[in-house]
Structures are given as C-alpha cells and as structure tokens.
Design a protein around this ligand. Structure first.
Ligand code: F6P
Length: 363
C-alpha cells in the first residue's frame, strides 16, 4: 500500500520516456499505486498538479519519443531544507515512499541526501502538526533507486547511460552529412561535440567516423599540438584524402588546463594550411530526436528493474543505481557510483588525467 513515484531530473536524454514507461507498467503489474512527478524536484516541492497518478494508458505511445514527457528542471528550492520539507509532505500526503529518479550524478546525489534526511524531515513535519504521528510511523522509510539518464556516458558503475547511444547516432549522422559536402569541396570540418567533462562521445565518434584528429578533456595534447595536427592533416591529404574531419570535445583542454576550442583549431588550420576550414557545433541536436533501439531496450530493462528493486527493498537496503554490466542489468550501491564519479571530476580538476581515466573504468 506504499506508493511509488517516478521523475526525471537535470538534462534530458533520449530513452527517459521508455524508462518512465517501464517503471510505471511494472509497478501497475505488481499492483502498486504509481505517480509521475512533473518537472523534476521542482514538481516534488510544488506538489499539486505536478504529482499525478499514472495509468497503464498514460504511458502509451511514448517509448519512441525523445526528451522527457514529464518534464525536467534544475531546482534551487530543493537545495534548501524548506523546499525538501515541502517535498516530503507532498509525498507523505499521497503515501509515496518509493522514488525512481532518472537523471545524472547531481540528481542522484540529491535523492540520496533526501533519503538520509527523511526521518528528520518527518520529525519536523510531525512536530509542527503537518503530518500525523500515524503517518510518521507508517511512512518512516524512503526508498530510492536511480537510473542514469545522460548522453555523456559520464557515470561510474554502468557501461552505458540512457541516451548515449542515441547521441552517438545523432553525431554520426551529422558527420556523415558533413563529410559528403566536405568531400566535394576538399574542405576541413571541425565538429564540436558534447560530453562536458567526459570524452566518450568524441572518442567513439572519432573512431567510427574516421576522424583525423580528436581533442578530448581527459587526454590533453602536448603543447606542440598545432604542429602535430598540421602534420597529420597534411599526411592524410598527401595520401589522397579529399577532406579532413577534426573533432573537438566541448570540454577539450591543453595540459595546462586551458580550453582548446573549435575556433582555436580552425585558426591554426587556416593560418598554416590555408584550408577552407569550417566549424559545425552540434549542440543540443545531440540530445534530441527519437531514442535508438539500444536506448529503448536499455531503458525498458532498467526501468522495470528499478521498480523490482524498490518492491524488494527492506529497511536495511542501501539505495542502488540500476546499471549495465556486460549485458546484464545489475543493482550497484548508489553512493559507491556517485563517489567514484566525483573522484573522477576531482582528478580532472587537478589535471590527473590518467587517474581520471583509470577511476572511470570500463565506460
Ligand atoms: O550532461 C549532458 C549535457 O548535454 C552535456 O553534454 C552538456 O555540456 C550539457 O548537458 C548542456 O547542458 P544545458 O542543458 O544546461 O545546456
């Protein structure tokens, strides 16, 4: 008789809807009352219309849609205790003590803090008469399960995050399209791709598009990168290639930690080679469009497993993230993954790139 709610938080990614659908349908199948929380943590704080009971039909025809139909937001209110008190009350009034959070590491960390604080929030709500002592007793434990929705594949503990495969498809479609026009005019194109602090998208895109050079956040080039770049581009042209593709990650930097931008690269090529070099910034196109088959099935498996994990949780269970390990969906302690992810960010900040790559592990 304890309700489950699902919400999406932080940047959207393709496949989130498929995950929402799977959570909802598995919950209904198991006889559980299930809710959507619209607009992420903001909806949890605001309550009202933002928290709605979901039905089997309410998640029909969304598996193929990009973005998140229940909305996402970055929420300042939830960072304050007053906001979290409101959120807790909104959940208690609907009997919700199980949450599936679909988001990146910030969203998952927020959920874990909320869980740790839960009993003190309930104490306060009961003391000031907002909830009854029976409610406090009945809903004394909050269970959470995380799913990682992010195109960046930047979360430790899972081989793939929901949305990464689709983002790669978007990038590859764009590079293929650019390549045909670049070929015709013998041009050089510099493609800026997303991934914030993680080079997964640019490195994989580079391999599968036969790019000539890739600039990554975790593998900064030596200071003489302009010479190396020019040499490589010249070699390729001498070998008969009619075009060059250079990929620059949005977080690319040199070994001093200074950003290397697509414009920096274009200038070097322009000045030294007199190539007709153009920049294409793929931007949020990478985060849009229909999810790939891989992301749909990944999200379905993860969403169903998230509901199962919540239904099996006991008072002693630790919060988990549903991860992909090889081809298996597994439950991994959430804080272990968050701590590793934060250790990667710290290593990157301190310019310990090899450590960052090692810590990140398989993905
Ligand atoms: O984390 C996903 C991501 O798309 C990054 O690759 C990018 O840096 C960032 O989000 C952009 O975020 P915003 O939605 O704030 O533009």
């Amino acid at each position: 008789d304890k309700g489950l709610a699902v919400f999406t938080s932080g940047g959207d990614s393709q496949g989130m809807n498929a995950a929402v659908r799977a959570c909802v349908r598995m919950a209904i199948y198991l006889g559980c009352k299930v809710y959507f929380i619209r607009e992420g943590y903001q909806g949890m704080v605001d309550g009202g219309e933002c928290i709605q009971e979901a039905s089997w039909a309410s998640v029909s025809s969304i598996i193929h849609r990009g973005g998140t139909i229940i909305g996402s937001a970055r929420c300042q209110d939830f960072r304050e205790r007053a906001g979290r008190l409101k959120a807790a009350n909104n959940l208690i009034q609907r009997g919700i003590t199980n949450l599936v959070v679909i988001g990146g590491d910030g969203s998952l960390t927020g959920a874990n803090l909320f869980r740790q604080e839960w009993s003190s929030l309930l104490d306060e709500l009961s003391k000031n008469g907002t909830i009854t002592s029976e409610q406090k007793e009945k809903y004394n434990v909050l269970h959470i399960v995380g799913l990682v929705g992010s195109i960046d594949n930047d979360f430790c503990g899972t081989d793939m995050t929901i949305g990464t495969d689709t983002a790669l498809h978007r990038i590859i479609e764009a590079i293929d399209a650019i390549s045909s026009t670049a070929y015709s005019h013998q041009r050089t194109f510099i493609m800026e791709v997303m991934g914030r602090h993680c080079g997964y998208l640019p490195v994989v895109a580079g391999i599968i598009s036969e790019a000539d050079y890739v600039f990554l956040p975790e593998s900064p080039p030596p200071q003489d990168w302009p010479d190396r770049l020019i040499l490589k581009l010249e070699q390729e042209r001498k070998a008969g290639q009619r075009l060059n593709i250079v990929i620059v990650a949005e977080g690319a930097m040199d070994r001093e930690g200074n950003p290397i931008t697509a414009e920096d690269v274009r200038k070097v090529i322009d000045e030294r080679l007199k190539h007709d070099a153009r920049i294409t910034v793929l931007g949020h196109v990478q985060r849009g469009g229909n999810p790939s088959a891989f992301d749909r099935i990944l999200a379905c498996r993860m969403g169903a497993e998230a509901t199962l994990a919540l239904m099996e949780a006991t008072e002693e269970s630790v919060p988990v993230v549903i991860s992909l390990d090889g081809n298996q969906t597994v439950r991994v302690p959430l804080m272990e993954c968050v701590e590793r992810t934060q250790a990667v960010a710290k290593a990157m900040k301190e310019r310990r790139w090899a450590d960052a790559v090692k810590l990140r592990g398989r993905s």
